[in-house]
Design a protein around this ligand. Structure first.
Ligand SMILES: Cc1cc2nc3c(=O)[nH]c(=O)nc-3n(C[C@H](O)[C@H](O)[C@H](O)COP(=O)(O)O)c2cc1C
Length: 215
């Protein structure tokens, strides 16, 4: 098989990013960019982000999760703590998040440390989920092998019966991680591959060093 994609080419011209126009705090810029995408280019899942972890096998692995909250402290997503990513984070909390919004030709790359959020916060979010999603979290031993789709569907059916008239509890193996950033890079596509890249790096005094990177 030989598929040549060298003619895929795009001119980036939707915006620019200047050092003198960025705020001191990268979370403010994150918020602005997030709103820009929601307002100007609704891709449906603006909050979809790729998280890369270093696995127990030594390989990096990336997969998409949904950003459910961001605060001054960091970026929160929910998952199964026993999943492949959960185990990877337990062994090495250093992760990388990536958000690419092609409508505005923007990318944000966040390096940070992931940690479990407090159980009561995971409870609060779990309670807000529809019953189907709650049962899905209970039914799936995420990332484990299973013999068939039918076995999985059967598990769900059994759980539906079990919890027909009772509240569905959050399993203790399911909850949120917060990724606390140590660096955040904002990438804005520009013509002729002369893209803007502004890097915020957290310093020892917790201020952010801001610099421009070559494209
Ligand atoms: C759009 C999208 C959103 C997703 N959101 C989540 C999520 O919020 N949490 C999650 O655990 N998996 C989510 N997934 C599934 C993950 O990509 C992945 O398959 C799963 O977490 C298992 O990954 P692991 O085996 O590497 O731990 C999502 C996938 C897609 C495509």
């Amino acid at each position: 098989m030989d598929n040549d994609l060298s003619n895929y080419r795009k001119a980036y011209q939707k915006g620019s990013l200047e050092l003198n126009e960025v705020p001191e705090n990268p979370m403010e810029l994150f918020q602005k960019w997030f709103y820009d995408v929601e307002k100007n280019f609704d891709e449906g899942e603006t909050n979809a982000m790729t998280i890369s972890t270093i696995g127990l096998d030594g390989f990096p692995k990336s997969r998409v999760v949904l950003l459910k909250k961001y605060t001054e402290e960091g970026f929160i997503f929910y998952t199964n703590y026993n999943s492949e990513k959960g185990k990877a984070i337990a062994a090495n909390p250093k992760v990388c998040l990536n958000l690419f919004w092609h409508g505005l030709e923007r990318q944000i790359i966040i390096k940070g440390n992931a940690e479990k959020i407090a159980p009561n916060l995971s409870d609060g979010y779990f309670e807000s989920r529809p019953d189907g999603s709650k049962l899905g979290a209970l039914a799936s031993e995420q990332s484990q092998e299973i013999d068939s789709r039918e076995s999985l569907d059967l598990r769900l059916k059994e759980l539906e019966k079990k919890y027909a008239n009772t509240e569905i509890p959050r399993p203790e193996y399911w909850g949120g991680f917060i990724v606390k950033p140590v660096s955040m890079e904002f990438w804005q596509g520009r013509p002729n591959r002369m893209h803007d890249r502004i890097l915020f790096a957290l310093q020892e005094d917790y201020s952010w060093k801001i610099s421009r990177l070559q494209p």
